[in-house]
Unconditional design. Structure first.
Length: 124
């Protein structure tokens, strides 16, 4: 059976950046635990430490990876009960729609784990 490639979209620069990166890496591990092949673009945070690139360079690179994925998941984040806006995630969702990539949105990692555990991979 084909393993599904999943692009993880979530806030990066809005909100507390280390927490945003951590959340996406945790999502990656959840998806791996359930047999998906996840792509976590916020891991670029660590590449940026070693070599600075313009944000537009990173976004271009990420969007090319998105185009080969089967699914985009968006993990929303909240501070003080208010959703953290994410223009980058909005753009990623727009590109996913244009490329007929399935989109699922989650308010928590617990919701993501429940979905990953029960997702019927035959529905693609």
């Amino acid at each position: 059976m084909k393993k599904l490639k999943v692009y993880i979209a979530s806030a990066y620069s809005n909100g507390w950046m280390p927490d945003n990166v951590r959340r996406q890496i945790e999502a990656k591990h959840i998806l791996m635990d359930y047999g998906f092949i996840p792509f976590a673009p916020l891991e670029n945070h660590f590449s940026e430490i070693f070599k600075h690139r313009k944000e537009s360079d990173w976004m271009e690179w990420d969007l090319e990876w998105l185009k080969v994925c089967d699914i985009l998941i968006r993990i929303r984040s909240y501070e003080n009960n208010n959703e953290v806006i994410s223009p980058g995630s909005d753009k990623e969702m727009e590109i996913a729609k244009q490329n007929d990539i399935l989109i699922f949105q989650f308010n928590s990692l617990k919701d993501l784990e429940h979905w990953a555990k029960h997702f019927n991979k035959n529905q693609l």
